[in-house]
Write a protein that binds this ligand. Sequence first.
Ligand code: LMR
Length: 400
Amino acid sequence: VFANIAQGPEDPILGVTVAYNKDTSPNKLNLGVGAYRTEEGKPLVLNVVRKAEKLLVNDQSRVKEYLPITGLADFNKCSAKLIFGADSPAIQENRVTTVQSLSGTGSLRVGAEFLAKHYHQRTIYIPRPTWGNHPKVFSIAGLAVEYYRYYEPNTRGLDFQGLLEDLKSAPAGAIVLLHACAHNPTGVDPTLEQWEQIRQLMRSQGLLPFFDSAYQGFASGSLDADAQPIRLFVADGGECFAAQSYAKNMGLYGERVGALSIVCKSADVASRVESQLKLVIRPMYSNPPIHGPSIVATILKDRDMYNEWTVELKAMADRIITMRQQLFDALTAKGTPGDWSHIIKQIGMFTFTGLNSEQVAFMTKEYHVYMTSDGRISMAGLSSRTVPHLADAIHAAVTK
Ligand code: LMR
């Protein structure tokens, strides 16, 4: 019955890894997917995660029963505190409902399904450009996707005026997707003053903020600083959605651990919202997995382990910043034409190089450097050993 089924395209990001795996060159370099690597080019399991896992395995009282539909209660509580702040009035007033979901994507999807079913305005504005999966997640859930201006290629910075203009002309009540920090793919974030202007504009237009927080701790190295934009919105007492992922900041990629929080106007509304989230989740995947959130809760509940995590997280963020400097220095030393200062100005896991798709294809073919066709490179995939190779590839691509 499927004899005529069409071959689907590879995913624009995860498909880069598929192509990389097929390459037999010893010099191949995967800068596609945003996944942290050590200086030796290896995936990293944090020491504090290993420690938490040992505690969990040795605890004979632990069983493998189903979690509730909303997930592990301790995990949800800790996740809300992590993103909104331990002393958040919204949490104290029980106005926040948090459900454990399948990492960032799953949290976005559950939120989107809920909005498509219960919110009067089914249009979501997402930045141009944005993470490639965003438009698919929202449209498949039943929302209409529109774009707001975000990136200015000439300055390789924020198109703040364009952003404000587009949000100003959005219909009242429209949902707006905001990257909490370390914008993917551009590495360009608004300043706190700009965030405040965005907040004022959105609240005055009645726009609903939906934050995607996939990199808390990765932008500045500080968990609190990276959550500031979200906390600005929550502090004004208005509604707010937040999708959290522990893939990058705790290195729990394949465990698929994340949370969706919805800040409501009252405890009563939050409790009814939660009852509806359960009706979204149950037919989708019934209830979430237990191992990943148990690791997170173990770490977040223990002061020493929490501190240990922040040190390891900062070390990852710092290594990425070092890679930025090294790549910038290497291109400067080679005299590669162009201004490459955006490599050290942008933040988070990615550099949006400005290389076009032909240049990317050239680098892949001739230098076995793998990256997404929009010119994004994952700085976390680089090491001191591989920086010269990447610099050679970029130099050749822009001078050919
Ligand atoms: C990325 O943008 O590379 C990551 O968020 C991984 C993914 O799922 O696309």
